[in-house]
Design a protein. Sequence first.
Lengths: 235, 252
Amino acid sequence: MNKIIVDTDKLVQEVNDDLYLEVIESKTLSLKIVSNKKIKLLIKVLNSDVKINLELLNNINLAINSLGINSSISYDIKIKDNTNLLVVDSIISNNDSINNINICDDGSNNNIEFYTNGINLKNKKLYFNLNGMVSKNSINTSLSENSKIINVGDGDSKIIPNLIINTKEVIASHSAYIGTFKSEDLYYLASRGISLKYAKKLLIKSILLSKMTIEKEIFTREVSEFIGIGGDTNE
Amino acid sequence: MKLEIKKISVKTNDKEILKDLSLEINSGEIHAIMGPNGVGKSTLSKVIMGYPDYQIINGSIMVDNKEINNLEIDERSKLGIFLVYQNPISIDGVTTSELIKASMDSKGERQGLYKYVLELEGNSEKLKMDKSMLHRGFNVSFSGGERKKNEILQVLMLKPKFIILDELDSGLDVDSLKIVSEALNNYLLENPDTSVLIITHYTRILELIKPEFVHILKNGHIVKSGDYNLSKLIEKYGYNQSFELEGNMNNE
């Protein structure tokens, strides 16, 4: 997988192969995914607020895994025909993180699954504003938005999932959960001798990475280092 | 490990679940608690483990003559108490291997990765587990039987001194139950000071892991204790009729 470190204000790229983008300072990525391709896109964003414009042409099988650390990742996605799109977007943040996600389906036979997972570590904002729009031209579209935020501190977390449907022929759904860790999970880990603090770290890793499918070890390493997994299990 | 429960009463959500319950399990002994649904069997396992949802309002739990009422769950685990769950959780994104390693590390049993993997794979073979399961999400897409094997794998790796088996046989087919029972019996042979508390509805598991003592729990306290033969009586006549029969036999 080709890797590009993006540290410019703007990147415009035509994508016709698997790609790993490590974003450090960029403000806008404009990516055009060419037709008739099966593509994996890995995006890591560190300490930045990034907007990703994605234009998908026809007959595309696209999987995106994005991880934001102390970052915001906003998506603006336009979809034509015969496309499978799976996006797993995970954010862990000590800072305010406002993530606006707009998906516009304007074609036929599209299957779109969007997962947003967030860990709000401190007393800051973590928002997922999701707008799934299915136009009147769409036929046979399936669209699902699934969001989860775990509040570790007393942060202000919000999920606003909108489905704007202008056609009769669509399967659309959304789910949203904001809360703390399940006590059942914490107790189980504690019953194995694992401290409460370390148990939370394991569960954070689980929430951020469980749906990821691409080169999982890259993000596993990144998340483990950020939250301190592999260190003292008794802290 | 010796575990003594001295006249404990326990409540949760303002409801008293256990009442004046006493039980003494000496080092190396195997005890079974039997009883119909809803009498407090699983509550007892969680009280011993230290679940904060259950409040001890009277009495004490002693381990090797030291009270553990105020110890947190992880501290009890570090003493050597291990609960084999009836319905173990699953954690996607954290592998079985990683979770067991974290448990061992937290107990100060750090060992090199190579030695650890060898031991883990060796123990998984004893349980006839596919090695790939060790490196998948913890219990993710595991069957009920595979989850129970994963629980016993943790027993073999973490080497507890007091094991609570909460409905081990539920969700296990006959062959799998034999495999996990054999692994547990071998563990007990190698670790003769380890004590076991079996919590069960049925006698099937007691034929494979034989208890020296059997207790019947009813309405939150132990109403009858006996040896292994008590479980055979229950199997044949059920809970209510067994009491009546035994009462008649004593009168004769």
